[in-house]
Design a protein around this ligand. Structure first.
Ligand SMILES: *[C@@H]1O[C@H](CO)[C@@H](O)[C@H](O)[C@H]1NC(C)=O
Ligand SMILES: *[C@@H]1O[C@H](CO)[C@@H](O)[C@H](O)[C@H]1NC(C)=O
Ligand SMILES: *[C@@H]1O[C@H](CO)[C@@H](O)[C@H](O)[C@H]1NC(C)=O
Length: 367
């Protein structure tokens, strides 16, 4: 799964967040003679690359052209990147989203940013890379909620977002996308009030969305937005999909539309998915067993009432625990451990050089 989702920051927070700093942790430890960074760590140093990315990195992902694509919602007001669309009179009096860039491409080699044009609202949309390196980003808010957009990374810096005429079958706001082994087919699951999944592209004109009751069962009605949005999805080595929502997970056969296995509930109180937002990763596969064994790790999140408490100005601790589950085992059990500190979602990206790119401000407005 390509982790390119995020959350909105409130309008008030946005003013702070738009004056972003772009930071990179230079020289991954071990590559630089064991130099010690001040303040601990295993070497490396922080470097300010640019004072301003122009656009909030609500979504951020690395392309195969070694550029970083960032984009934000279009409905929250101006960014710090003005556009001058032809035939439009852009003034400061009325907010017109087309007068501002809501997406930028950062080029690692030249340390430069260029603005892109995005038409429909990508607020809490979701995406996946296709086999040819094109990003397919779907859904979002308002007029973006059933949209399909493509970005083909290019070397001449002239490519831009392409919005497709084909629409999704369901509204997808806070959904998750997973590329499938079938050529360039994407599995898109969940979203607010979307207890179903669909494929992109469809196998026939009349194919729609398929019900997934697991999403109703994991929706926490006591919590605004249910704690099962942006489900974690990973493609297992047997071709089935691991789907985790709230605290529960299943192994799902998308060819036959059936659940193959229900895994044990992850131990501990609290929820792991949006708006309690933890994160999940598939650990590296091992060639010794022909890439068969698949281990998933789920970390962080928050106690289930935390989003509501945050609205009252009461900030409960995020979860510290991480669970690992070998989903290819006959009877898997969660192996739990504690992180050094509690965590909710963060926008963080590992570059091909081993550097870690962090966009400041992305942690604001979180529960
Ligand atoms: C950021 O802004 C400060 C203050 O204007 C300036 O001194 C610094 O050189 C800038 N840094 C970069 C990387 O542009
Ligand atoms: C989407 O809505 C925004 C206003 O929220 C508007 O500026 C934009 O033109 C719309 N795009 C399309 C393709 O309808
Ligand atoms: C990659 O495949 C997609 C879907 O078939 C297509 O829309 C896109 O143009 C292709 N990208 C390139 C660079 O050929």
């Amino acid at each position: 799964m390509v982790a390119i989702h995020g959350d909105h920051v409130s309008t008030k927070m946005r003013k702070v967040a738009t004056s972003l700093l772009l930071l990179v942790l230079m020289e991954w430890w071990g590559t630089h003679g064991g130099a010690q960074a001040t303040g601990g760590g295993k070497g490396g140093k922080w470097e300010l690359l640019l004072n301003n990315s122009g656009v909030v990195a609500m979504h951020m992902t690395l392309t195969h052209r070694n550029t970083v694509l960032m984009f934000d919602q279009t409905s929250a007001g101006p960014s710090q990147y003005r556009l001058r669309p032809s035939g439009k009179r852009c003034t400061d009096d009325v907010y017109d989203p087309t007068c501002w860039a809501h997406s930028v491409e950062y080029d690692i080699a030249t340390n430069t940013i260029r603005p892109l044009v995005i038409d429909t609202d990508t607020w809490c949309s979701s995406g996946a890379f296709l086999g040819n390196g094109t990003l397919a980003q779907t859904g979002g808010f308002g007029n973006g909620t059933r949209k399909v957009r493509y970005f083909n990374p290019c070397s001449d810096r002239r490519c831009d977002w392409i919005e497709s005429e084909k629409l999704l079958a369901s509204n997808r706001w806070y959904a998750t996308n997973q590329i499938l082994p079938e050529k360039d087919r994407v599995f898109i699951v969940g979203g607010l009030n979307a207890f179903d999944y669909e494929f992109l592209p469809k196998s026939s004109e009349k194919e729609g969305a398929f019900e997934l009751p697991f999403l109703r069962q994991t929706y926490d009605r006591m919590v605004d937005k249910g704690n099962n949005l942006y489900p974690f999805v990973h493609l297992s080595s047997d071709g089935n999909l691991f789907i985790f929502a709230n605290r529960d997970s299943i192994l799902f056969d998308h060819h036959h539309h059936q659940i193959i296995k229900t895994f044990p509930r992850i131990p501990g109180d609290g929820a792991r998915n949006y708006p309690s937002t933890g994160s999940s990763v598939m650990l590296p596969l091992e060639h010794e067993d022909v890439f068969r064994k698949v281990e998933i790790m789920v970390c962080g999140g928050s106690v289930s009432g935390a989003p509501r408490a945050a609205k009252r100005g009461q900030f409960l601790d995020a979860l510290r625990s991480c669970g690992r589950l070998v989903i290819t085992d006959e009877n898997p059990e969660w192996a739990m451990e504690e992180m050094p500190g509690p965590r909710v979602m963060n926008d963080m990206l590992i570059l091909p050089t081993g550097h870690i790119l962090i966009i400041n401000g992305a942690t604001q407005g979180r529960v």
